[in-house]
Design a binder for this molecule. Structure first.
Ligand code: GAL
Length: 807
């Protein structure tokens, strides 16, 4: 029996692989020692780390701040934004202390690893340039912070082992907040030397029909005279197909299994199968791995576009950076799940991992919840965007980085497309064309089942150079004015809006007069939520909607971005204290901005949407023009202010905005009630909504997004906090400073109010409301029971809520 201390056994998914008795997966999660700094001898086994901080992994060393304007200050002209002269960019990477060196050390016992066993050490990502040591010896290194990698550490093992990981984050290495540290999971896999190789299972479904699916299973093994048994189980756990083989092609088995009447995977019905792979030698089971997969058919065809399981559809997608707002880059599955739930409610069916490799947990969730995935790899190839970006490693690392991406993730049914790059400056010049081909060829070699795109911003140039023509899927970032020409010139017969909109807004903030504007700035460094402001290179949501609706050859869009993220505070890149983005459909706290309802009104075809903006607390604007917009799934509605009709508006083609929004441009503000009555196609009243002018903040109200959490020490409850007046009307402009206290079987993790200019750190149990709201994150402990969150604020009736933490 091997024994372990300070390690945590897991029996849940690793990648797509479930631990079986024949192999053991050990999560190196708790009791890591961490220190920022260089510590030249911290790799030594006997180094004294007792004074270091004790942390658990995933961990982001930089998210605790403080925000500092000087951190990674970049005096640059952002060429891809069309800037000609350098200016001082302060919050470009979030103004959080991610730069520099850091060390993680972890001691674990692993006794009785048998002679016939080996041990792999796996990292799902490490930010960045990890150098890995075990017992004072260098085991290996990996440059790219977003990639998964592993080492065979068998030869380095002793009874008590000290693992030391050195990380380096260079300045000017990113265009957004990359996070810092061991921000994704680290595991040990103990298995037989003769076994299935890591990421060695590759499942495809070359034929999918209503009656039968052909499931091709390729399994790479190490060992001789092995027999492989593959069993396919349906979602209920019943066997639906099985095959045993001893025919081994240079360490690879290949099996074809038939699944009759297959349940197909789709966003609407994300049905998953399992393939159980068992390796035997002379009748003895040596290894067993379970791989989750889906049966689905994807096609991209000229003249038809994209189809899933034979049905043509357009991607209703969003781009996401990897940070999770107030918890930074430290991976948390419940935070990822919440993001996807919010997106599903909006009606989104796809996500693009901008601009790097997604976490395995995010892909698992997309498989389960039904979200198609565009898995991206790089923001840079050989030509730089930032001084110390991926171009430093491109030539040496690109192939192995792509191989790991593909091998680690290719069984996920959610992935329907790869992207080899985003707006790479290599779009210029003949070398870049060759690079595009080289990378696409690697994808094709490693996974012939999915097409490859690049998000292009130099569309005019890529039309001429051949760069765009060689891609499987021409992806256009913005450039709505070039869609028609690109469709004519590119040979593929369809266009993807690989990145769209980049409209900017701040939740609950409205500016007057209400007008379209590019790169508009205000003294408070906020953007207007009338959703009419965009960047010099980008556009409004409605511009994309028109193309999506009118051009059959446009295969969908990925909006920049689903959620606000840390860094890139355009249009305030050079204005301190702006430190996070304004692009999100939802803010950094995950609270919906008005734009959420605009997308929902067309993407969510199941549920009704009826949303009024702005709020109705405009003291001082009495009698002034205060336009009212309604985002709704209905075609027409009548607006009333204090019972007086402002007339009926109907969606129409007079302008792009009129086609998708109902707008009453001449409403004069008077305090009271704004009510909208929406009509169905027959003109009957279908739904009503009203908002009211609030009085003074009186009472704190807490709303639980999820009523229960799992008592696993990781799960998060998201609690929305707002204030209401004496009559219970939400106060939309409240900025009260609040204090949080958590008692019972959980702890306070973080708070976030979505204000891109706030310098309050997320982990302190106090924060100001922004536009009347914020979100508190409460983390479960490992003990089930009640967790109580109470929130206080001076002069306000406090709020209290109980979260149930369950086994
Ligand atoms: C795109 C870029 C994104 C982000 C966005 C902001 O050009 O690909 O990473 O910078 O602009 O609008």
């Amino acid at each position: 029996m091997r024994t372990t201390t300070s390690i945590f056994f897991v029996c849940f998914l690793f990648s797509l692989t479930i631990a079986a008795q024949t192999r053991q997966i050990i999560d190196l999660k708790e009791n890591w020692k961490f220190a920022k700094g260089s510590y030249n001898d911290a790799y030594q086994k006997n180094f004294n780390d007792t004074k270091w901080e004790t942390v658990s992994v995933p961990h982001d060393w930089a998210i605790y701040g403080p925000f500092d304007k000087e951190i990674d200050k970049q005096t640059v002209a952002i060429l891809q934004n069309g800037e000609k002269t350098p200016t001082e960019k302060t919050g470009r990477t979030g103004a959080l202390p991610y730069i520099g060196e850091g060390w993680y050390r972890h001691t674990f016992k692993l006794t009785d690893v048998a002679q016939n066993e080996k041990v792999l050490l796996t990292f799902d990502g490490a930010m960045s340039e990890p150098q890995v040591y075990l017992n004072g010896k260098k085991v290996g290194s990996w440059n790219y912070g977003y990639n998964y990698f592993y080492f065979d550490i068998t030869e380095y093992l002793e009874d008590t082992n000290v693992l030391a990981v050195h990380l380096t984050n260079r300045d000017k290495s990113s265009r957004w907040y990359p996070g810092a540290g061991l921000y994704r999971k680290v595991q040990l896999i103990v298995k037989n030397k003769e076994s299935i190789n890591h990421w060695g299972t590759y499942i495809t479904t070359p034929l999918v029909s209503k009656n039968i699916a052909k499931v091709n299973v390729k399994t790479e093994v190490t060992g001789s005279n092995l027999e492989l048994k593959t069993t396919i189980l349906n979602a209920e756990g019943n066997e639906v197909a099985s095959n045993t083989t001893t025919t081994n092609f240079n360490n690879q088995f290949e099996q074809i299994l038939a699944v009759n009447n297959p349940n197909l995977w789709s966003p609407e019905m994300p049905y998953l199968y399992k393939a159980k792979s068992e390796v035997y030698k002379n009748g003895t089971l040596l290894d067993a791995v379970t791989t989750i997969f889906g049966i689905r058919d994807i096609k991209y065809e000229a003249g038809k576009g994209f189809s899933l399981n034979g049905e043509i559809r357009k991607f209703k997608g969003v781009c996401l950076h990897h940070d999770l707002g107030p918890i930074g880059s430290a991976l948390n599955k419940s935070a990822l799940r919440r993001q996807l739930q919010i997106l599903k409610d909006m009606g989104a069916d796809a996500v693009r991992s901008a601009h790097n490799m997604p976490s395995l947990e995010q892909l698992e969730l997309c498989d389960e919840m039904g979200i198609m995935f565009l898995a991206e790899s790089f923001d840079e190839w050989a030509k730089p965007k930032v001084d110390n970006g991926y171009h430093l490693f491109f030539e040496e690392d690109v192939e192995k980085d792509l191989i790991n991406l593909i091998h680690a993730t290719r069984n996920h049914p959610s992935i329907v497309m790869w992207s080899s790059g985003n707006e790479v400056p290599d779009q210029w010049g003949a070398e870049g064309v060759k690079r595009a081909k080289r990378l696409q060829d690697i994808f094709h070699r490693e996974d012939p089942t999915r097409p490859v795109t690049v998000g292009m911003d130099q569309v005019g140039n890529t039309m001429k150079s051949g760069f765009g023509a060689l891609l499987d899927i021409p992806g256009l970032n913005y450039r709505v004015h070039l869609y028609e020409e690109a469709q004519e010139k590119f040979p593929q017969g369809f266009i993807l809006g690989s990145e769209t909109a980049s409209t900017v807004s701040s939740r609950g903030i409205y500016k007057f007069p209400v007008e379209k504007a590019s790169m508009k700035q205000y003294d408070d460094y906020q953007c207007s939520s009338y959703d009419l402001e965009y960047c010099s290179w980008s556009n409004l949501p409605d511009d994309d909607f028109v193309l999506q609706d009118d051009k059959p050859w446009v295969i969908g869009e990925f909006v920049w971005t689903g959620f606000d993220y840390l860094g890139e505070p355009t249009p305030y890149d050079d204005k301190w204290p702006s430190r996070s983005s304004y692009f999100g459909i939802n803010d950094l706290a995950g609270l919906p901005k008005d734009r959420f309802y605009l997308y929902r009104s067309r993407w969510n075809t199941e549920d009704e949407t009826l949303h009024i903006l702005p709020h109705w607390n405009w003291e001082g604007r009495e009698g002034e023009t205060t336009p009212v917009f309604v985002y709704t799934s209905y075609d027409s509605a009548e607006l009333f202010v204090n019972g007086k009709s402002m007339g009926i508006q109907k969606k129409n083609d007079s302008t792009k905005q009129n086609r998708y929004r109902l707008m009453w441009m001449d409403v004069k503000y008077e305090p009271g009630t704004v009510k909208v009555v929406a009509f169905d196609k027959e003109g009957n009243t279908a739904a009503e909504k009203e908002i009211k002018t609030a009085g003074k903040p009186y009472k704190i109200v807490l709303t639980l997004e999820n009523k229960t959490v799992k008592a696993n020490g990781d799960d998060l409850a998201f609690v929305r906090v707002s204030v209401v007046d004496k009559n219970g009307i939400p106060c939309p402009t409240a900025t009260n400073q609040l204090k949080f206290k958590v008692k019972g079987n959980g702890s306070f993790r973080a708070a976030c109010n979505g204000d891109a200019t706030s310098l309050e750190v997320f982990h302190n149990p106090t924060m100001k409301l922004f536009s009347g709201q914020l979100v508190v994150l409460v983390q479960s402990s490992k003990t089930a029971g009640d967790i109580e969150l109470s929130v206080k604020g001076s002069g306000l009736k406090s709020g209290k809520v109980t979260i149930q933490s369950v086994e």
